[in-house]
Each structure stands twice: as structure tokens, then as C-alpha cells.
Design a protein around this ligand. Sequence first.
Ligand code: ZN
Length: 149
Amino acid sequence: MKFIADEMLGKLAKWLRICGYDTAYFRHIRDSELLRISVAEKRLLLTRDTLLIRRRGLKNFLFISYDEPVDQIKQVIRELDIPYPSEPFTRCIMCNNLLEAYTREEACRDVPEYVCKTQEVFGRCPGCHKIYWKGTHYERMEKILRELF
Ligand SMILES: [Zn+2]
């Protein structure tokens, strides 16, 4: 299941990435480009834009009815009948890339000392080079995921 989210759905896109779903999102993108990518890459378009749907006669889309990100993700889970993600925390939240394995030794050159001392497993985004580990932020997000599904 692959998605592309419109400009208004940045937080939803992040949550789908946290779940491990391939979700394209661009902060500034023309409607025509949004639709082109949706078709070319077979991505379900998630949109808040009723005009876009009507004007273009879209078929492969899900209209998001809510303003709050938590309600938006619940809607997607409900309407697409998505099970609890099998591979959460495998993508970069910022750029959607799959994270690469990063050894503790490598990571310890770049992360704060206490992280190096307390964490075992690291991942790195090949695009923006952001390093991920299972810290308190991770635990908080995991708790939210369990509540969502
Ligand atoms: Zn990244």
C-alpha cells in the first residue's frame, strides 16, 4: 500500500511513515504534479481538497474528513482496514526513505554519549542522514500506535 498526501496532510504523512507505509509528501507541490505522481507510482492520493477531486474526476483517492492528525490517521486505518503495521519505524519520518542498518560503532561517532551508552540498535536515513534509535520518543510513538490500531 503506497500513498501520496496533499500539502495539508503533512502530519498524517509522518504518521503513515512511522507505521512503515511508503508515503510521498511535498510541502509545496502543484495539483498536476500531485496527480501525476499518484498515477505514475500507483499511490493512493490522500486529500482534504474537495475541489481537486471534483475538477479532476479522481478515482484513486481517499478524502480525509478531519482536521486533527489523530482523527485523520484513524480514518485511514478504518476506511482502508489497515492492520497493525508489521514494519513500523523502518522509514525516515522526514523523507520517506527506508532506514539503513547503522552499527553502534558508527552511530556513536554522531549521537550524544548517553545515547551511545544506552542504545543497541540504530538506523540511518540514506537521504538526510538522520540517525534513529529506540529512545523515549520511540516508546511514546509506539504507545500511540497501539492505541490507534
Ligand atoms: Zn531522511
